[in-house]
Design a protein around this ligand. Structure first.
Ligand code: C5P
Length: 201
């Protein structure tokens, strides 16, 4: 059985939490596609050519806490503007989506480009303030000691770059269900998402 759930939205809106929970609930596989761009960004920070990094990406490159830093996030959003880099990552994502047993993919362009025929499309949003607060708590829980203003600036810069780029800009698919998590607990947001997916099965 093939069943694809596409979850898109801006940085730190809750996509990761919701995607993991939906995948666990239904027994689907989960791919955080931001990790692909982060892995390419991390290599570029080490001097590798962006397109070469995207073409030679290995599963092992997607592992590790070093991908979860603000520096790598910024590098990721810069390489993500390049249409050739994006094109090099399409096949892997589509193969993942087509696997037997169901798949959840989260990112920016899953519902609009990667899986236009997804069975369920969710667009998860929250105010920039809420998202920056959540990201701050998440990163500082790992001992990073960041300031709110810096995290907010980082989130807003990435959102602007993701929305304004020409190729695969961040936007809801026409048939996406919008889920604003600003005033929802993680549990409540997860429950909504699970109900939406359950209704489509
Ligand atoms: O989701 P995450 O914050 O890890 O993504 C890092 C960056 O990768 C985003 O800011 C965005 O520029 C890029 N990205 C993308 N398309 C995706 C997933 C991530 O352009 N499907």
């Amino acid at each position: 059985m093939m069943f694809t759930v596409a979850i898109d939205g801006p940085a730190a809106a809750g996509k990761g939490t919701i995607s993991k929970a939906v995948a666990a609930h239904f027994g689907f596989a989960h791919l955080d596609t931001g990790l692909l761009y982060r892995a390419v960004g991390a290599k570029v920070l080490h001097g590798v050519d962006p397109l070469e990094a995207a073409q030679t990406l290995e599963p092992i490159d997607l592992e590790g806490d070093h991908l979860r830093t603000p520096e790598v996030a910024q590098a990721a959003s810069k390489v993500a503007v390049d249409p050739d880099v994006r094109a090099a990552l399409v096949a892997f994502q589509r193969q993942f989506a087509a696997r037997d047993g169901g798949a959840v993919l989260d990112g920016r362009d899953i519902g609009t480009v990667i899986c236009t025929g997804a069975d369920v499309k969710l667009f998860v949003t929250a105010s920039a303030q809420t998202r920056a607060r959540r990201r701050l708590d998440e990163l500082n829980a790992k001992g990073m000691g960041l300031e709110f203003a810096d995290v907010l600036a980082d989130v807003e810069a990435r959102d602007a770059r993701d929305r304004d780029r020409e190729t695969a800009p961040l936007k809801p698919a026409q048939d996406a269900v919008l889920l604003d998590t600003s005033d929802l607990s993680a549990q409540a947001a997860i429950a909504r998402a699970i109900a939406i997916v359950a209704a489509a099965r």
